[in-house]
Write a protein that binds this ligand. Structure first.
Ligand code: AMP
Length: 485
C-alpha cells in the first residue's frame, strides 16, 4: 500500500514525501483508514512503529477539511493528545510540525517542570491541536485556561505508561472534562487488564489494530541472559564491552544512582560512557545524547524513564544491567535496538534477587531467554529451573493485574518531582535531521510551543511526592496490589 492509496490530502502527501517516507508502516496502513472515517481506534503498538503519524495524519486531515469558522478571539482546541512524558510530548509536537507543515493549522505542546507563561499565552492565542502531559494540563484546566467546547478528537498515547507512571487518575480526570461526542484514538504498547478496562470505557466500536502482538518481543532482537551476582555485574559489563562489535550500547539500570555508578566504573575501565537521568541538567542530558549519537560516547547508561522516548538509530546492543521489575519494561527496553529492520542484541544480567523478575519477563514474552553459561563471572548459584510458560502459571499477572510494588522507577522518578530525562533536541529521529531543532517553524503552519525544558516530573494530583527510590527494589516475591487499584 502507498500513502496515495490512504486517501490523504495533497498537503499531507507532500509533507510525508518531504519526510522521506515512501510506504506507510503497518500501523499506519491499518489505523489511518478507520481514523479517517471518523471511527475510534484501539492501537496496540509501541514507539518506533510510526504510530505518531498513524494518528497525526488523520487528525490533520480531519481538522483541515472540516474547519469551523474561527471565533472572534483565538482558536478552539479541536484535538487533544495526552502523552506521559515531556519527551514524547515534544516528539509528537515535532511530528505535527513535520506532517502539518503545508496546512494552516496550529498546535502547542505543554508539559510540567517549566514555567507556564509561554504555554498560557499559546492557549490564550488558541491552537487547533494541543499535545500535553496530564499533570500540567490539569493545572492549566483548573486555572480556566483550557476549553474543550470544540474538541473533536482525543488521543490517549502510551496508555500503559500512564498507568506505570502513576498518572492514570490524572488521565481519568482529564477525560471526564472532555465532551462525550468525539473521536477517540487509544494507543498502548501492552494491554494489562487496567488498560483494557479503560479502553472499553472510552471507545465505541473501535477498529482494533495491532502491530506487535501483545507482550511479544521483537523477533529480530537476539536476546541473551547472564546469571551473575550483583557485585560481579560491573566486571561482566566491562568484559562484554571488550567486544568491539558492541558499537553503540544502551545500558539500563533500575536507579539513577545505579546509572551514575555504572558510568563511573566504565570510565575507570576507559570505556566512554555517559549517564542520562533526572538528576542531570538539561544541558548535560543533551550533551550525553549528542555524544552517543555522534559516536564519541559508546555507552549510554539510562533509567527506564529517562530512556523513554529516545529514538536513536543504530543502537547495536541493549544491556539490562538490572532486570526491570515490570515485565513490560523489558519489552520497551529491548525495542530500543533492532529498529527499522536492523539486527539488535539484548543482553540481560540476572542476579539471585532478580530471578523472580526473570520469570515474570519470560512469561510475558512467552519464551525463554537463552542463557550464556560460559562466561567468567557466572553466578555460583545453580541456575533456576526453567520458567513454566504455560497459561495457568503465566496468567498470574494477566488475570490479577498485579505488579510488584516499590518499583523505584515508577514511584520515584515519575512521581518524585525530579526533572527527568532530556529535551527534544538532537535525539536523532530521522525526520529531525536537517530541520535544526525543536523550535523550527514549518511551512505555513504555526507552532506554539511551551519552553522545551523540564519534565512532567511531578505528581499532578497534588499529593506529596513519593519517598525517594530505594537503592534496591523490594525482594521480588513480595507482591501487593498496586496503589491505583
Ligand atoms: P513513531 O513510532 O511515530 O515514534 O515513529 C518512529 C520513527 O519512524 C520516526 O523517526 C518517524 O519519523 C519514522 N517513520 C514514521 N512513519 C514512517 C514511514 N512511513 N516511513 C519511514 N519512516 C517513518
Amino acid at each position: 500500500m502507498t500513502f496515495d492509496e490512504l486517501k490523504l490530502s495533497e498537503a499531507l502527501l507532500r509533507a510525508v514525501k518531504a519526510e522521506g517516507y515512501t510506504i506507510p508502516t503497518p500501523i499506519q496502513t491499518q489505523a489511518i483508514p478507520p481514523a479517517l472515517e471518523g471511527r475510534d481506534v484501539l492501537g496496540c503498538a509501541q514507539t518506533g512503529t510510526g504510530k505518531t503519524a498513524a494518528f497525526a495524519l488523520p487528525i490533520l486531515q480531519r481538522l483541515t477539511q472540516g474547519r469551523p469558522t474561527p471565533p472572534a478571539q483565538g482558536r478552539p482546541i479541536r484535538a487533544l493528545i495526552l502523552t506521559p512524558t515531556r519527551e514524547l510530548a515534544s516528539q509528537i509536537g515535532e511530528s505535527f510540525q513535520a506532517y502539518g507543515r503545508f496546512t494552516k493549522l496550529s498546535w502547542a505542546v505543554i508539559f510540567g517542570g517549566v514555567g507556564q507563561n509561554a504555554q498560557e499565552q499559546a492557549l490564550r492565542r488558541g491552537v487547533d491541536v494541543l499535545v500535553a502531559t496530564p499533570g500540567r494540563l490539569l493545572d492549566l484546566m483548573s486555572q480556566g485556561l483550557v476549553s474543550y467546547k470544540a474538541l473533536e478528537v482525543f488521543v490517549l498515547d502510551e496508555a500503559d505508561r500512564m498507568l506505570d507512571m502513576g498518572f492514570i487518575h490524572d488521565v481519568k480526570r482529564v477525560i471526564a472534562a472532555l465532551p462525550p461526542k468525539r473521536q477517540t484514538l487509544f494507543f498502548s504498547a501492552t494491554m494489562p487488564p487496567e488498560i483494557q478496562a479503560l479502553s472499553k470505557s472510552l471507545l465505541k466500536d473501535p477498529a482494533r489494530v495491532e502491530v506487535v502482538p501483545q507482550s511479544t518481543t521483537a523477533e529480530k532482537v537476539d536476546q541473551r541472559l547472564y546469571f551473575v551476582e550483583r557485585e560481579q555485574k560491573r566486571h561482566l559489563l566491562v568484559h562484554l564491552l571488550g567486544d568491539a562489535g558492541i558499537r553503540r550500547a544502551l545500558v539500563f539500570t533500575r536507579t539513577k544512582h545505579g546509572a551514575n555508578r555504572v558510568t563511573k566504573q566504565l570510565a575507570a575501565a576507559r570505556i566512554s560512557a555517559e549517564a542520562i537521568h533526572g538528576n542531570k541538567s538539561q544541558n548535560a542530558r543533551e550533551r550525553a545524547l549528542d555524544a552517543f549519537k555522534d559516536g564519541s560516547c559508546r555507552v549510554l547508561v539510562a533509567t527506564d524513564i529517562a530512556a523513554r522516548g529516545i529514538d536513536i538509530e543504530g543502537i547495536t546492543h541493549v544491556i539490562n544491567f538490572d532486570l526491570p521489575n515490570i515485565p513490560e519494561s523489558y519489552v520497551h527496553r529491548i525495542g530500543r535496538t533492532g529498529r527499522a529492520g536492523a539486527a539488535g542484541t539484548a543482553l540481560s544480567f540476572c542476579d539471585t534477587e532478580e530471578r523472580a523478575y526473570l520469570k515474570d519477563i519470560e512469561r510475558t514474552i512467552r519464551r525463554h531467554v537463552p542463557v550464556v553459561a560460559d562466561h567468567p563471572f557466572r553466578s555460583g548459584q545453580s541456575a533456576p529451573a526453567p520458567t513454566s510458560l504455560d497459561a495457568a502459571q503465566g496468567g498470574q499477572r494477566a488475570q490479577g493485574g498485579q505488579r510488584p510494588q516499590g518499583g523505584a522507577q515508577r514511584s520515584g522518578e515519575a512521581r518524585g518531582g525530579g526533572a527527568q530525562a532530556h529535551g527534544p533536541r538532537g535525539e536523532g529521529r530521522r525526520r529531525r535531521r536537517g530541520r535544526g531543532g525543536s523550535g523550527a517553524q514549518g511551512g505555513g503552519a504555526r507552532q506554539s510551543q511551551g519552553q522545551h525544558r523540564g519534565s512532567e516530573g511531578r505528581s499532578s494530583s497534588g499529593q506529596a511526592p513519593a519517598p525517594a527510590p530505594a537503592a534496591r527494589p523490594a525482594p521480588p516475591p513480595v507482591r501487593t496490589a498496586p496503589k491505583w487499584l
